[in-house]
Write a protein that binds this ligand. Structure first.
Ligand code: CTP
Length: 394
């Protein structure tokens, strides 16, 4: 993608935005206007992007390529942050007297603009006219500036949105809305089974995979309910979050939320057992040790197979051996439509608990391999799984 930086004090946040875009998986080329380079140095931008920073329209490229067409040929999207009042005026006026303007005029990719300026400039009728013109063109997506304390020491509208918020909107602009109109329930995290007021048992699930799936489904336009066991993860935006503790709670929440859903993604790791008895008082330590008797918990996916036969059901299998065979048995036993299996053994590389990556095999309801999924960040694996869901929901 292309990051355009224009001349405004908010350019001090642009290097951080560049980093956040890279964290989200983007390869970023930077074009900074000469005015932008009064606020942030080419050295900073080139060091972070790992590529030369372009600014001058009349510099020939070393390989003889034409600057304004070759820099944009490979980009999928441009973000201009900050977009100054002057830049927006020139863009709306069809001017092309600087490299960033020529690059945009010579291409068709979507452009996200993050205007940032003094509140009086923001309110000026001329600026508002220019902004309205760009808003009327489908190619441009204009981010709302924040209100607050501005560099000119007045309160008002005109702050550049925070880098994290810009990244989210860039992803939304690039992601096909192929789950729009679908209601998807995602479960995530472990469950806890209490046996006295201070103690419980649980498992190593962190919820990372389920949260990544829920976020990816939101990005693709789905109406998402995330049912989460106890985790330390921040609640993603744009979805309905239901918190549960035990497997019994999880089953009740799943039944309550799937009445009109199209699909469920069971990434949670519900405890298979619960203590047969609960002590209202804290159990005292004894020299003989402690024996806990466990009762089986209901199997949520099997219950859904009976009570929600039309719901598209995706299960997960965390295994330590015979991956595809164990998963195929589970898919049939639980009457699933798809199952994803990964290695959680002690020697697993990048696919176990508490890591940001995952990988494994995706099988259909008959246990036949659909595809192997290489080890990738969990958000990428989430989109690969949703690609298959979209294909099968038709
Ligand atoms: N699952 C469920 N209800 C349970 C336990 C698990 O619906 N009580 C779901 C999980 O969310 C997951 C799938 O079933 O999508 C497989 O979970 P797993 O624990 O591997 O299956 P089990 O049936 O418990 O088999 P195992 O003997 O391997 O533990």
């Amino acid at each position: 993608m292309l990051l355009g930086i224009t001349g405004g004090i908010a350019a001090y946040k642009s290097p951080l935005l560049l980093r956040r875009l890279q964290d989200a998986g983007a390869e970023v080329d930077v074009i900074a206007t000469p005015a932008a380079l009064e606020f942030v140095t080419p050295l900073t931008l080139a060091t972070l992007s790992g590529r030369p920073v372009r600014s001058e329209i009349f510099n020939l490229r070393g390989d003889g390529g034409i600057a304004h067409t070759s820099y944009t040929a490979e980009a999928d999207i441009t973000v201009v942050a900050p977009a100054s009042a002057d830049f927006i005026g020139r863009l709306a006026g069809g001017l092309a007297d600087q490299l960033l303007l020529t690059a945009l005029m010579a291409s068709h990719m979507p452009v996200v603009l993050a205007p940032s300026m003094n509140v009086e400039m923001w309110d000026s009728p001329l600026f508002q006219r220019n902004l309205a013109l760009l808003r009327s063109l489908p190619r441009y997506r204009i981010l709302e500036p924040g209100a607050g304390y501005l560099a000119c020491r007045v309160e008002g509208k005109g702050r550049m949105p925070e880098p994290e918020s810009i990244v989210k909107q860039v992803i939304a602009a690039l992601t096909p809305q192929d789950l729009a109109g679908r209601r998807i329930v995602v479960t995530a995290g472990p469950t806890r089974e209490r046996f006295d007021p201070v103690r419980f048992f649980s498992n190593r699930s962190t919820g990372l995979m389920g949260y990544a799936l829920a976020e990816a489904a939101v990005q693709r336009g789905a109406d998402v309910t995330l049912i989460s066991g106890p985790t330390s993860l921040a609640a993603p935006e744009g979805l309905n979050l239901v918190r549960v503790e035990s497997t019994t709670d999880l089953l009740a929440a799943v039944l309550a939320q799937t009445g009109s859903a199209h699909a469920i993604v069971m990434a949670a790791a519900p405890a298979d057992y619960r203590p047969r008895a609960y002590s209202d008082e804290k159990l005292k330590k004894t020299a003989d040790g402690l024996t806990l008797e466990l009762a089986p918990n209901p199997d949520i996916l099997r219950t859904l197979a009976e009570q929600r036969p039309h719901l598209f059901r995706i299960g997960f299998a965390a295994e330590t051996q015979d991956f595809e065979k164990n998963a195929a048995d589970k898919a049939v036993r639980k009457a699933l439509d798809l199952i994803f299996v990964n290695d959680v053994g002690d020697r697993a590389r990048g696919t176990g608990f508490e890591v940001d990556t995952n990988g494994g095999w995706l099988l259909d309801g008959a246990g036949v391999r659909v595809r192997e999924i290489p080890v990738r960040p969990k958000r990428i694996v989430a989109h690969i799984l949703l690609d298959e869901l979209v294909r099968r929901l038709g």
